[in-house]
Design a binder for this molecule. Structure first.
Ligand SMILES: NC(=O)c1ccc[n+]([C@@H]2O[C@H](COP(=O)([O-])OP(=O)(O)OC[C@H]3O[C@@H](n4cnc5c(N)ncnc54)[C@H](O)[C@@H]3O)[C@@H](O)[C@H]2O)c1
Length: 340
């Protein structure tokens, strides 16, 4: 297959590209504007591709999704079978301050990409969605059918894209999509070749590994009065390589069933903020400073995926459901970054 990956220089896209290179013979074209992604991730992917001596091709094109002319001529010229769409802006507080950026980059650019796919016969589309579209759900674990209630422009911009996909697949019967709703993605490539690069990350495990290495003087635990075992928020952390594998399964599923669908991606159980911090302290051997801060608006007490649908329908089986391993790979990657 010929696959277009948008945002493949970023955290999740680069791990999915790696998974495709290592496990399939699909031709890959990555487009990315390198706004938060890195050319270093692309170079690592090229090295992995070259080292495997594959017949498949690997191309990178630096391009912004809003550059519709370039995008259109590329899609016309390359005969893609599928698109995996990661490119987006992803920082929730920034989306509150600058919603136009989020609706433009996430919803408008995605809609244009979908239009170009429909017009050019690219009929398989995998979309990076997010558990944040559930908002603060009443039922736990969260099912795909749990009512959606996004509470910030980032999550709303993602739900709008899901809506566009749903309506387009209804109107154009050949066009099929899978939306993967990621829970808390964390960790790094098991062999530490790739990881999360973008500075000023807000993800708890990245922040904890930066603090363990002294890149931050201290970190914060936001809210210790939630109705949870230790009072801190509980999240479903999924290792990046398991998430990457879910994309391969989604692609197979789309090819086999030719059916559009939506799947949660999580392990179905969670860890509290204190669990994560204690695990990071243990694996790093550093008793770093943690300051207690008030709850952040819109942070629910617990968010855990019901993952029955993806395990039963796609046969997805996580391999790295281990919080120590997730913290270890995040820390190992962070150490590697310090040496660059
Ligand atoms: N990281 C998470 O925990 C998480 C959770 C849920 C959903 N997601 C979704 O997963 C996807 C990937 O997230 P990530 O964590 O890898 O983020 P990231 O910032 O590392 O990756 C996004 C990539 O897209 C590129 N990009 C952004 N706008 C672009 C544009 N207009 N044109 C071309 N390239 C563009 C960036 O340069 C970057 O390489 C996003 O769609 C995000 O909404 C992420």
């Amino acid at each position: 297959m010929k696959i277009l990956i948008t945002g493949g220089a970023g955290y999740i896209g680069s791990h999915v590209a790696k998974e495709i290179i290592e496990n399939t013979d699909h031709d890959i074209t990555i487009i990315d504007n390198l706004s938060t992604g890195s050319i270093k991730a692309i170079n690592t992917l090229k090295d992995i591709h070259n080292s495997l001596d594959k017949n498949s091709s690997f191309d990178f094109i630096e391009c912004d999704l809003k550059d519709i002319n370039t995008l259109e001529s590329m899609i016309k010229g390359k005969n893609f079978d599928a698109v995996i769409h990661f490119a987006a802006s992803i920082i929730v507080p920034e989306s509150v301050k600058d919603p136009i950026k989020y609706y433009s980059n996430n919803t408008i650019n995605t809609t244009n990409l979908i239009r170009l796919c429909v017009e050019n016969g690219v009929n398989k589309f995998i979309f990076s969605s997010t558990a944040s579209i559930y908002g603060e759900p009443d039922e736990m674990p969260v099912k795909e059918t749990t009512p959606l209630n996004p509470i910030n422009p980032y999550a709303k911009s993602k739900l709008m894209s899901e809506t566009v996909l749903e309506d387009v697949s209804e109107a154009y019967k050949d066009f099929k999509y899978i939306s993967l709703r990621y829970f808390n993605v964390a960790g790094a490539d098991i062999k530490l070749r790739l990881g999360q690069r973008f500075p000023n990350a807000t993800h708890l495990i990245k922040v904890a590994s930066e603090t363990a290495l002294g890149k931050r003087e201290k970190m914060y635990a936001f809210g210790t009065d939630y109705p949870t075992q230790d009072g801190t928020g509980v999240r479903d952390y999924i290792h990046i390589d398991d998430l990457a594998d879910a994309h391969l399964k989604a692609l197979d599923y789309l090819v086999k069933t030719n059916t559009s669908d939506i799947f949660n991606c999580g392990y179905g159980h969670g860890y509290s903020v204190f669990d994560v911090i204690n695990t990071m302290k243990e694996v790093s051997g550093v008793d770093f400073k943690v300051e207690i801060a008030p709850r952040r608006e819109g942070d629910p007490a617990i968010i855990i995926a019901d993952n029955k649908k993806i395990t039963e329908k796609m046969g997805w089986r996580p391999k790295y459901d281990d919080i120590r391993l997730i913290c270890k790979t995040a820390l190992g990657w962070e150490k590697k970054l310090s040496l660059e």
